[in-house]
Design a protein around this ligand. Structure first.
Ligand SMILES: Nc1nc2c(ncn2[C@@H]2O[C@H](COP(=O)(O)OP(=O)(O)OP(=O)(O)O)[C@@H](O)[C@H]2O)c(=O)[nH]1
Ligand SMILES: [Mg+2]
Length: 301
């Protein structure tokens, strides 16, 4: 690729409250299912980096954990990593799904959340997501409020799910990027090791297939990831939970629940890697791991 002198490249961190659609939007921008998503808040725990390369620009996205008031040590660690992700960025994409002025204090709270995280005042594009769910007329006063209250670089309504507004969003993001040659090879979509991505895809199935506190009490650790020249790759992973009762639920009657997690996760891992894998899952209890500094460190938080 010959690089034009006006090529732009930079880092955009995606921030916003839990469940507003950050990961869905990054995947849509990349045209690739990289970051895990689910209908439950707090699906993303560790930031996921995704690279979009076009003929005139390269955007390195950082999809972060939803902004929240930390209660567990796990959440504190999540918020610390978020601060770094913001400080290292050229610009922010701040996402909300606020779509009515009728909920008192809601949009004010959204802005407070942004101000708390963006102390360095990085250029910020406001993305109002999920526009497929509501009437366009209702949106105008919402846009008006945000435009008056904060100096956004741009305000773009989108549907991450359907793709509406995504091209416009890209062109607004390009405006905040500096002139710079690309940081990564144009074929690179992420720099995460396959181990991390595989663990995330297993965790995604736990989020999609279980209720209540199970997803939040679970973490996935890859024990072995062996690439084999002939035959399938071998992946062995442990799902860590906090209590015996949760282990029972995860495994299910005659192991059916765990089997279903394994089957779907394996399919997704194969899609991602583009090759066949053999996936072995185990469940282990680590009492209150979310409050245990040592365990959290070992798990990479
Ligand atoms: N209707 C609709 N649903 C959406 C849209 N974007 C995302 N969603 C849904 O919203 C839910 C949350 O999406 P995620 O992408 O996981 O949200 P997130 O902001 O990454 O959430 P956390 O990682 O928990 O902070 C999922 O069920 C998505 O399918 C959209 O444009 N329209
Ligand atoms: Mg997410």
């Amino acid at each position: 690729m010959s690089i034009a002198p006006d090529f732009k490249a930079g880092y955009i961190t995606i921030v916003g409250k839990p469940n507003v659609g950050k990961s869905t939007l990054m995947n849509r921008l990349l045209n690739f299912r990289l970051s895990i998503t689910s209908p439950r808040p707090q699906t993303t725990r560790k930031s996921v980096m995704g690279i979009l390369t076009e003929k005139d620009c390269q955007i390195v996205f950082n999809d972060t954990a939803g902004l929240l008031e930390p209660r567990y040590k796990l959440q504190k660690a999540m918020m610390r990593s978020m601060e770094n992700a913001v400080n290292d960025a050229d610009g922010l994409m701040f996402m909300t799904d606020d779509h009515t002025v009728k909920i008192p204090g809601r949009m004010e709270h959204t802005l407070e959340t942004l101000q708390a995280v963006n102390r360095q005042k990085k250029p910020t594009v406001l993305v109002i997501n999920k526009v497929d769910l509501f009437q366009k007329e209702k949106l105008l006063p919402v846009i008006d409020f945000f435009a008056k209250e904060y100096p956004f670089a741009a305000i773009v309504p989108v549907s991450a799910l359907k793709g509406d507004g995504v091209e416009e969003l890209k062109s607004e993001l390009k405006k905040v990027l500096p002139f710079h040659p690309p940081f990564y090879d144009p074929d690179t979509i992420t720099d995460h090791p396959e181990r991390f991505l595989a663990a995330e895809l297993i965790r995604e199935q736990v989020f999609l297939q279980f209720q209540m506190e199970i997803p939040y009490s679970s973490e996935v650790q890859i024990e072995e990831f062996a690439e084999r020249e002939h035959g399938k790759d071998y992946i062995s992973a442990t799902i860590i939970v906090e209590r015996e009762s949760q282990k029972g639920i995860l495994i299910g009657k005659k192991g059916t629940a765990l089997k279903s997690v394994g089957e779907r996760a394996r399919k997704r891992i194969e899609e991602l890697l583009g090759r066949s894998v053999f996936l072995e899952l185990r469940v282990k209890v680590r009492k209150s791991w979310r409050k245990n500094e040592q365990i959290l460190k070992r798990l990479g938080y």
